[in-house]
Design a protein around this ligand. Structure first.
Ligand code: HAM
Length: 423
């Protein structure tokens, strides 16, 4: 049996995980992010110095055979900061980097929280302007939309960590009490008012006023306006209870939750402008988020999302008349330069081949019969059952499939169907 909080991945679990990763990579690429990676084992002090108290209590750490204090990474951000500070001169800023590390935290195992998880990390380094915050939040939203989730399913709770830092400065909260203060605000939603008041002492009433009525933040105004310009306003909500447990955040922060409030956080992140300076004396502003595979997986499973529901277009070459198998094989080979195409090795009845196409997750069938002699095939959309005659001349079939693929993509992102130029 696997250790508590660790998972085995049987083929179905691997297929699901690969589908998640594929979507993450696809959306990151759409936003112009490039992939990086780092080692799962790091010097212990990388995390004890940078991640903040909560994560440090959850570290998997030990002494290696060379007497080094080491730890399995509980998150990716300190590793990213280490990589960038070491070679920052080699890269043109801003950097837009993503990674999908497996990370390890020795926490109490519960629903949505395990001792290992995969975490999609997207970070922008070297851009101080709020346009980068807007872009990053748009990316977190689009990542979830790519799984067919909408503003009815999730919300990005936006906050301003700098507001709370200014608040603590203004009220003279001593350094050694700041972590407790942040934790009290963070947990205020889940705890009784009395318990939070007890933790906050004389500052309680003022904090409650901010939590209930909100507070002014020009940073958040700008971010909200930018998201409104992109049509994403319904995906965000201002919420000052979000402060983020990690120590390094400095500006706009956010956490993503399902609307029903049934699950733990889907993703979290924000600006951490001082981390690279503290770590490697390289003064570069930075921001990013992490999205785990566990909560997202639970939500998608609850919605019966299947990795095959919105696949990239996969076609089935259906050979309705065996005498045209040679022409079908030539077409198969040509199309496979671009598309995933499947077919039946053995002659089979048309109905059986349709069944096979659906079992293999194909979204369209290209039907080969005697019409191929005059350069025509029938293409059937297996979801809508719509069937069209398509000419093979001048790459007609490839163009037709390309349009279907674009339609599929729009559907995945929850966008309305594009009007055709003729309508
Ligand atoms: P975090 O909020 O600690 O942020 O984690 C990000 C996401 O990872 C969470 O929202 C959750 O989905 C998932 N997660 C965290 N712990 C667990 C767990 N024990 N089991 C399952 N899933 C978990 C960070 O780690 C930051 N380093 C993110 C970041 C990147 N900030 C800037 N860049």
């Amino acid at each position: 049996m696997a250790l508590p909080g660790f998972r085995d991945f049987y083929p179905d679990d691997c297929a699901f995980r690969n589908a998640l990763f594929a979507k993450w990579r696809e959306v990151a690429h759409r936003y112009g992010f490039v992939e990086y990676d780092g080692p799962p084992l790091e010097p212990l002090d990388l995390f004890t110095k940078k991640s903040g108290q909560e994560i440090v209590t959850q570290l998997y750490n030990f002494k290696d055979k060379g007497d080094r204090e080491v730890a399995l990474r509980p998150e990716m951000t300190p590793t990213l900061a280490r990589l960038v500070t070491a070679r920052h001169k080699d890269f043109k800023k801003p950097l837009k980097w993503f990674s999908i590390p497996q990370v390890f935290r020795y926490e109490r195992q519960q629903r949505g929280r395990l001792r290992e998880h995969y975490q999609f990390n997207c970070d922008i380094i070297g851009e101080a302007g709020l346009e980068a915050d807007i872009e990053l939040i748009a990316l977190v939203i689009d990542t979830l939309r790519a799984f067919g989730l909408t503003e009815k399913d999730f919300v990005v709770r936006l906050s301003d960590r700098q507001f709370w830092t200014d608040f603590m400065n203004a009220h003279g909260v001593p350094e050694d009490q700041r972590y407790a203060f942040i934790q009290a605000v963070d947990k205020s939603e889940r705890e009784t008012r009395e318990k939070t008041a007890e933790k906050l002492g004389p500052l309680a009433e003022e904090v409650f006023t901010v939590l209930e009525k909100g507070a002014a933040s020009e940073r958040l105004d700008t971010v909200e306006t930018g998201l409104r310009h992109r049509g994403l306003q319904d995906y965000v909500k201002r919420d000052f209870t979000v402060v983020r447990g990690l120590a390094y955040y400095t500006g706009v922060v956010f956490e993503v939750f399902d609307r029903s409030g049934e699950f733990r956080a889907i993703a979290g992140g924000g600006r951490y402008d001082a981390l690279l300076k503290n770590l490697g004396d390289v003064d570069l502003p930075a921001l990013g988020f992490g999205m785990g595979d566990v909560v997202l997986g639970e939500i998608l499973k609850a919605k019966q999302w299947s990795p095959w529901k919105f696949p990239h277009l996969k076609a089935f070459l259906l050979i309705a008349d065996e005498q045209f198998r040679p022409q079908a094989m030539r077409l198969l080979q040509e199309l496979r330069y671009i598309y995933a195409i499947d077919y039946s090795f053995q002659p089979a009845k048309v109905g059986k081949q349709f069944q096979l196409a659906e079992e293999r997750g194909c979204t369209v069938a290209i039907i080969i019969d005697q019409q191929i002699e005059s350069g025509v095939v029938e293409v059937k959309d297996l979801a809508t059952r719509a069937q069209s005659k398509v000419s093979l001349a001048e790459g007609g079939l490839a163009l037709f499939l390309q349009e279907l693929e674009a339609k599929n993509q729009r559907k995945q992102c929850g966008l309305p169907e594009e009007e055709s130029p003729s309508s």
